[in-house]
Design a protein around this ligand. Structure first.
Ligand code: FAD
Ligand code: DHB
Length: 391
């Protein structure tokens, strides 16, 4: 098989890239080790920056997002029962939109299928090859048969455990990592949210997050230990613990019911540099991971794709490679700022088992400072609504 761009990974990054390239008349093949139903069913992020909404609009997949997405003008930080609202609209003039990653993925799949996009699902043994040559390729296996795709560029959009990053020689690739000593246990429930905005709560028993997917569907998270297991968490135990961490006043409004999704995700900060090797370009989770506290993972992936798609379009349309040359450096500058924000908010909002009483007081002092300083609150707000794209 031959194409212009071979896209490894059919998550939000790969799907959006194929959509933006197709709009510019550039052919691609998208391959994934899973199938469409599996990918659409993965419950993940829920908050979109305005820049992400703009990108989906440009990509022509925003009709349902505008009809069903919930605009949010602020969110609450809570600390041992005290609440401080971050007024996103008032402090930045911007807002965010609650719309699930499952819905973003579904909208993108629908557009790509209607357009006749070439997909290869359920592939294994994916190997990018000849990346330093003018005709790189991707080898893989589907139904026991070896497949070879030849292309001009390979887009590594295959997430944290994908094959693309591994194709960069270890003496070229630098990685930076922090693993946090806890995870998030998340559930979905078909009940209205406890509050009309999100609440991020630091409690002596650990972090809790009250989020939502719609006016009738709620998403809740609890900090848990890394060796914990979903089987240890009956719905009743989850609700009891959530009530404790949210506090009586908020918990009085909590509507509980049977959960229909329950999973544990570890928290990690990770960056790989550079994000380009020859004709291979990494984007999204393939290159970086943020802890979920700032709701940045999906947004960061979309920001990468906006720059990568523009750089590829400049190559094919104008014969200009300056944007491709600058891709890694340009994207990484913003990635590190978003890593910093996600790390900072994670450090502020969790209970760290290894913290000394001094560090615990530092967290409290930071919360008190935020609650009393418009400047500090604005700094949180401008990061939460999304930093501008450079380049
Ligand atoms: P992915 O969505 O990971 O897509 C990668 C695709 O590549 C997948 O479809 C995968 O099947 C495929 N693939 C992997 N390996 C190969 C291979 N070798 N060959 C071919 N295909 C391959 N972000 C938030 O903002 N809030 C959250 O609450 C949140 N929760 C999360 C929970 C979990 C469990 C995870 C893993 C992530 C979460 N994130 C969250 C992060 C967010 O979902 C990601 O940042 C986002 O999915 C990145 O999109 P992506 O397309 O780059 O990668
Ligand atoms: C959700 C996840 C997040 O990590 C976050 O910061 C806000 C909301 C969610 O899944 O709803």
């Amino acid at each position: 098989l031959t194409t212009s761009v071979c896209i490894i990974g059919s998550g939000p990054s790969g799907l959006l890239l194929s959509q933006l390239l197709a709009q510019a008349g550039i052919a691609s093949i998208v391959l994934d080790r899973r199938d469409r139903a599996y990918i659409e069913g993965r419950i993940r992020a829920g908050v979109l920056e305005q820049g992400t909404v703009d990108a989906l609009e440009e990509a022509g997949v925003s009709a349902r997002l505008h009809a069903e997405g919930l605009p949010h003008d602020g969110f609450d930080l809570a600390f041992d029962g005290d609440r401080h609202r971050i007024d996103l609209k008032g402090l930045t003039g911007r807002r965010v939109t609650v719309y699930g990653q499952t819905e973003v993925t579904r909208d993108l799949f629908e557009a790509r299928m209607a357009d006749g996009q070439d997909f290869l699902f359920n592939v294994s043994d994916v190997r990018p090859v000849d990346l330093k040559t003018a005709k790189p390729g991707v080898l893989c296996v589907q139904n026991g048969e070896e497949i070879e795709i030849r292309c001009d560029y390979v887009a590594g959009c295959d997430g944290f455990r994908g094959a693309s990053r591994q194709a960069i020689p270890p003496d070229v690739l630098k990685t930076f990592e922090r693993v946090y000593p806890f995870g998030w246990l998340g559930i979905l429930v078909e009940k209205p949210p406890v509050h009309h905005e999100l609440i991020y709560a630091n409690h002596a028993r650990g972090f809790a997050l009250a989020s939502m997917r719609s006016g009738t569907r709620s998403r809740y998270y609890l900090q848990c230990s890394l060796d914990d297991h979903v089987d240890n968490w009956s719905d009743d135990r989850f609700w009891d613990e959530l009530r404790l961490r949210l506090g009586d006043e908020t918990a009085a409004h909590l509507q509980t019911g049977p959960s229909f999704e329950k999973s544990i995700a570890p928290l990690r900060s990770f960056v790989a540099e550079p994000m380009r090797y020859g004709t291979l370009f990494l984007a999204g989770d393939a290159a970086h991971i943020v802890p979920p506290t700032g709701a940045k993972g999906l947004n960061l992936a979309v920001a990468d794709i906006r720059l990568l798609s523009r750089a590829l379009i400049a190559h094919y349309r104008d014969g200009t490679d300056t944007h491709l040359e600058a891709y890694s450096e340009t994207v990484l500058r913003r990635v590190w700022k978003v890593e910093r924000f996600s790390w900072q908010l994670s450090m502020l909002m969790h209970h760290f088992p290894d913290h000394s009483p001094f560090e615990a007081r530092m967290q409290r002092a930071e919360f008190d400072y935020l609650a009393s300083s418009e400047a500090a609150s604005r700094a949180i707000a401008e990061n939460y609504v999304g930093l501008p794209l450079e380049g």
